[in-house]
Structures are given as C-alpha cells and as structure tokens.
Write a protein that binds this ligand. Structure first.
Ligand code: UD1
Length: 418
C-alpha cells in the first residue's frame, strides 16, 4: 500500500490525538498480573495493539473491545507462547515479567518490531537473572523458569522495555525490590500508576530508582491510556513542513517538552493543558544540535520527524541518533532523493536546509521513519509517493485521513505503484 501526496497544501484546523501505542502495549502486558478484569480506555485501535490482544487471547485471556475501551480478564491457559503474532511486535516481550511473576515460567518467541537496530533484550534477561530466574535465550525464543525474588538491581542502560518488565516481574516478590537507573518515560509512569491502582506497592513513581514491595495479589482496575506523544509530534511536524495553522487536541504537552522547545523557538506556539496551537508561515531558523536520548531528552521516536523538519529550515541542523543504529540512514537517503542536502556519517546527520523538497518515490522502512517521509511529502513540491506504508499503519490510526481532514492532499493506493 502506498500514499500519494500532493505537496504544498497548507494545513488548517483542529486534529485530535489518540492513545499511545507504546503505553497500551505495556498496560496490556500487565493485565496478566491478575485474573480480574482490567479495563483500558482510550486504547487505540491499531495493528500493533490488536496483535497484542491477539497474543493475550492465544494464551487464554478473555478480551473484549467496544470502540476505544478494551477489557482483559481471566487466567492464562498456557505460559508457552506459540502464536506467530508475537514475532510481529516488539511489545510481545512486555509480557515476560508479568507471566513470570504470576506463573514462574514462560516460553516466548523473540520479539519483532521495526528494523531500526539489533534491539537486544540482554537487560531484561540480566535483570531477571538477578531476581533468581533461570534464563535461556535461544536463536528464536527465550525460556525462563523461576519465581522472581526481591533484590536490588541497577539497569546498565535505562531501557524502557526492561524497566517495564522488571517492575512487573517484582510486584509479588516477597520483601523489597529496588530497581536503579530505570527509564522514566511517561509510558512507564502510566504502567506504574495502573499497577498501584491494581494494588501493587510501588514508590518512586516516575523516578529512576523504583522500589516495589511485594503483595500477594493484584485486582481489577481501570486506566486511561495516555495520549500518544509521537502522534502529537507527527501532527506538529506536518504543519512545520506544510505550513499553516493547526490546533492539536487531546494531547499532553508536558510529555513532549524537548520537542516543543525546538518548535516554539521557531514558530508562534500556544501551549494549553491538553492542546497545542501552532502557526507556521515561514521557514524555521535551524534546530541546532540535537541528540536522541532517554526521556526527558529528545526521543529517538521523533528523530525522523526532526530530520524532515530540518530539511525545510534556513540554516543547518545536526542530529545524532544515540539509541538505534539503523534509524537514521534510510531516511537520509530517501530525503536526499527528494532534493535534501543531508551529509551523513555513522549515526550523525548534518542537514543543510533547502528552499524546498521535490516530490519523488520514496519508501518507508519503519514506522516512525515512514511518518517522517509523509510529513516531508506534505511540504514538498509536486507528488511524493511513499511506498510500503503498512509500516506506518502499525502505529497510526488513519494517518492519511487525519492529515487530509486538515487540508493535506493524500490518496491511499491499495496496490503498490510500480
Ligand atoms: C521502546 C519503544 C520504542 C522507543 C524506545 C526508546 C515500545 C513498544 N517501544 O522500545 O518506540 O523507540 O523505547 O524510547 O515501547 N537495549 C539493550 N538491551 C536491552 C534493551 C535495550 O541494549 O535489553 C538498548 C537498545 O538497543 C536501545 C536502547 O537500549 O539502544 C533503548 O531501548 P529500549 O528503551 O529498551 O527500547 P524498547 O523498549 O525496545
């Protein structure tokens, strides 16, 4: 499937943000910690989340969805995950800690997700070993055995997924588990809050040291999936590239401060509690030197959006990708095909802004990179064909339709262009 984008149409209007895929995946993983029903509101209906629900069903969970409300309940019928959907999403790894905490053993295929780097799971497994779990990682799956015991453990890097897994793994461990150097992304805070509302005892919520005091059981709870900060940034970067005036609603501006800093230093921006209004009538100056790093610093998931925005700036922007080794180079090549001037060495790109990009055929290689090409196409002259948009659809609800509702001209071609 391809997107055909006629560039040069200004955006104008209001656009609404839905629940975050990465938050929903983590909260869904935690539903395994109780047989009681856990209800998630604002749960986005996108491919990765539906795959996660499929995975939960495949191991015995009862799942229902009415619109954006999802309920999950019941005990697992097996701890051996065999469904092929587990290999399609990165989020499948997020059930590891919960299954172990409840059942003391698990067999899980190695997770899938975007081809943005090698994406090892050694920190997840190292942390579990420190909790006394026997771990065996094979070529295609991982097998763990043993009930996690309380301990003090320092993550060698503040990995989002490992933090989520290790917190879930320790909710029933007798005594106190202290996790140091935890990631502090908003999606982790949402998970910690859900666990507390299920009866877990967690202190240091949102901090890099988290203490979990084991409880005997968890119970029913309801949680709202937080707004997707990457979708918010996607809409903002769309208007930066295409120009115009946009109000992005139902978002949480506090979750994307580092991105908003770059935007608001270049364009008139009004920040409300749950909305951001932006006016773009000119090119940005430049975005300076930006390095990706764990929250609260500039997120790797917004790097490809920044790369596209930087192409339209007047001056030079330097972007260093510090998290995923393959995340920069593909879009650099694609944007250069569109007339961008990006020099690239290892994980650093130097973008010299140009007067305009020119539409051509480009291909999406991963979810966020694909979104970056779409926003570039909105600002380019002529027609941009973004191929392989199935990657984009894994993390966005109707991106083409949403952007078209505020003035973009995007046609969806069901059969790929040759
Ligand atoms: C999550 C997000 C992803 C985002 C990333 C970083 C989900 C489903 N995905 O991915 O969108 O880009 O956070 O914000 O929530 N690492 C190791 N060993 C490990 C784990 C990670 O070396 O065991 C490395 C990774 O290769 C990477 C860095 O740590 O360089 C960060 O990865 P991590 O935070 O774990 O990302 P994910 O949880 O996979």
């Amino acid at each position: 499937m391809d997107y055909i984008i006629e560039g040069g149409h200004k955006l104008d209007g209001e656009i609404s943000v839905y629940g975050a895929k990465n938050c929903a995946l983590a909260l869904l993983g935690a539903t395994i910690l109780t047989d009681d029903e856990v209800v998630l509101t604002n749960c986005p209906q996108i491919v990765d989340v539906e795959n996660m629900l499929q995975l939960l069903k495949s191991i015995g969970k009862k799942v229902w969805r009415v619109g954006d409300v999802v309920g999950v309940a019941g005990a697992l019928s097996t701890t051996n995950v065999t469904t092929p959907v587990a290999t399609l999403i990165r989020g499948s790894i997020l059930i590891l800690g919960s299954v172990l905490a409840r059942y003391g053993n698990v067999q899980l295929p190695l997770p899938g997700g975007c081809a943005i780097g090698s994406r090892p799971i050694d920190i997840h497994l190292d942390g579990l070993r420190a909790m006394g779990v026997a771990v065996n990682q094979g070529l295609t799956d991982v097998v763990c055995c043993g009930v996690p015991q309380s301990t003090t453990y320092k993550l060698r890097f503040a990995s989002v997924g490992a933090t989520q897994n290790l917190i879930c793994a320790s909710v029933f461990s007798k005594g106190k588990t202290v996790l140091k150097n935890c990631a502090i992304e908003p999606e982790i805070v949402a998970l910690e809050r859900l666990l507390v509302s299920m009866g877990a005892k967690i202190s240091g919520i949102g901090c890099s040291t988290v203490t979990i005091e084991g409880v005997q059981r968890l119970h029913t709870a309801t949680a709202k999936v937080i707004p997707d900060r990457i979708v918010t940034a996607t809409y903002l970067s769309a208007v930066v590239c295409a120009k115009g005036e946009l109000v992005v609603e139902n978002c949480n501006p506090r979750h994307l401060r580092s991105f908003l800093q770059l935007i608001s230093s270049n364009f008139p921006t009004k920040i409300y509690n749950h909305a951001i209004a932006i006016e773009v009538s000119d090119r940005a100056k430049s975005y300076g030197f930006v390095r990706t790093a764990p929250y609260p610093f500039f997120p790797t998931d917004m790097q490809s959006l920044l790369l596209s925005m930087a192409c339209f700036a007047r001056g030079s922007t330097c972007i260093k990708e510090n998290l995923f080794e393959n995340r920069l180079s593909h879009n650099v090549k694609q944007l250069n095909l569109m007339g961008a001037k990006i020099a690239h060495h290892a994980n650093t790109a130097i973008v010299d802004g140009v007067n305009g990009l020119i539409g051509t055929q480009v291909s999406a290689m991963d979810l966020r990179g694909g979104a970056g090409l779409v926003v570039a196409g909105l600002g380019a002259q002529g027609t941009t064909i973004v191929r392989d948009v199935s990657h984009i659809q894994r993390g966005y609800i109707n991106l083409a339709e949403s952007l078209s509702s505020v003035g973009a001209n995007i046609t969806i071609l069901n059969q790929s262009a040759n």
